[in-house]
Structures are given as C-alpha cells and as structure tokens.
Ligand binder design. Structure first.
Ligand SMILES: [Zn+2]
Length: 226
C-alpha cells in the first residue's frame, strides 16, 4: 500500500502525515502541498520542513490561478481582513454560510488533484486531515463527514476502484488530533497554523484560537508559543 497525504504544513495535516507514515512506512508515503494564493507562504515552508524531517517525497502544486477571483480573506487578492475572533463568534454573523476564510471548494479541488497525482504515482489511498471542529456550523463545509463520504465515493468510482480517501479525524476534534499527534511525537514546532504570516502565531485568528485550546485541553503548551 502507498499513500498520498495532503500536507499543508499545519497541525492537522502533519498529524495525518505522521499516521500515514506509521502505517505505511516513509518510503510508501508522498506528501503533497498546494499553494493557492495565500497572503504568505509560511505554511508551505512548514510543509517542506516537515517532509524533510520525515524523509518523505514532497510534491508541490500551484493552484493560485484558480482562486484569483475569490474574495476569501486568506487570499492575496482579497479586500477583507482575516477575522480576529473564534469560529463560534464568526459563525454568529454568517447566517449559516461558511466563514470568510473558507477557500471556495478547496478540499474538493485538492482531493481531485491528489487523486490524479496518486494514480500516476501508484498510490492506493489519499489521506487528509479534515476534522469535525472545522466542519461545525458549516464553517468549512468541505471538511464535513458527508462531504468526505461523497468525495470518497466519487474518487473510488472515478479511479476504477483503485483509490480511496481516508480522513482519520473527520469525526474527531482538534483536541483529539493533538492527543494522537503527541503520542506519535509529531514535531509540532515545525508546523504553522496561523492565518497571518508573522514570525510568531498571531494568537487572535480562528485557527490560532483553536490550536491554543487544543494544546491546553491536553495539558500541553504549543511549542510555537514557548
Ligand atoms: Zn493566527
């Protein structure tokens, strides 16, 4: 068995990468990172360091062109600031719609690209780190269990039943992800989750707030905050 792992350089996807490496061995894992026009490239640099740390093959892809008309607040062309509040606070104002940092159909696109690359490289499975906190309240609908099941079926059928998706955290929370990753000794000091591109995490964006809470509830301190 050989796995392709969507590796953004963040906490969730790096934990997912560690799980795949534990299961299949580093020689049977390919990490794939996608640039999609973010305001900074901190995550991509982190993904590169993580791949070097684990000694896995690392591929990267530039899909920024696809998102050039989007006003998602993470992207270079956006007129919006990145919100400095928790997802719960943000969702109170979105009227059931995704948050402003939702990148249009990002996971659908990434998984489709990953499927083509996986088939071309003899992989049997795609791993990605979607979890239930991101799907909650439809903040990121392309992280939900329903979405994952639908994409899995599409990829399985469209690949001639050669390829499927594993989203090991899709029913779990970020607190669970950190618990699992800590057991696997994931080098969280190499990862980057913050939506801002500073030297240290901003501590104020939705993903910083979630990340800090996930470490705290495990009785740990994020190594990036030490
Ligand atoms: Zn932040």
């Amino acid at each position: 068995m050989k796995a392709l792992v969507l590796s953004s350089g963040g906490l969730d996807s790096t934990t997912c990468l560690a799980l795949a490496i534990e299961k299949f061995g580093k020689e049977n894992v390919i990490a794939l990172s996608v640039f999609y026009g973010q305001k900074h490239d901190k995550e991509l640099q982190a993904a590169k360091k993580v791949a070097e740390y684990y000694g896995v093959v690392h591929k990267s892809l530039d899909l920024a062109e696809i998102f050039k008309d989007s006003d998602c607040s993470l992207l270079q062309g956006s007129s919006q600031e990145i919100p400095e509040e928790s997802y719960d606070e943000q969702l109170k104002k979105t009227d059931g719609k995704p948050v402003s940092t939702y990148v249009p159909f990002r996971n659908g696109l990434f998984l489709s690209c990953a499927a083509s690359i996986a088939l071309s490289n003899g992989c049997d499975v795609i791993y990605y780190g979607a979890h239930s906190d991101d799907a909650a309240g439809s903040a990121y609908p392309d992280c939900s269990d329903e979405f994952n099941k639908a994409m899995n079926e599409a990829i399985y059928l469209g690949s001639g039943k050669e390829l499927h998706i594993e989203a090991p955290f899709v029913l779990l929370t970020k607190v669970d992800v950190v618990r699992i990753g800590t057991k696997l000794k994931v080098p969280y000091e190499l990862t980057w989750s913050c939506y801002e591109g500073g030297d240290k995490p901003c501590g104020k964006c939705g993903t910083c707030i979630d990340r800090r809470k996930a470490f705290e509830l495990n009785g740990l301190v994020d190594p990036l905050e030490v």
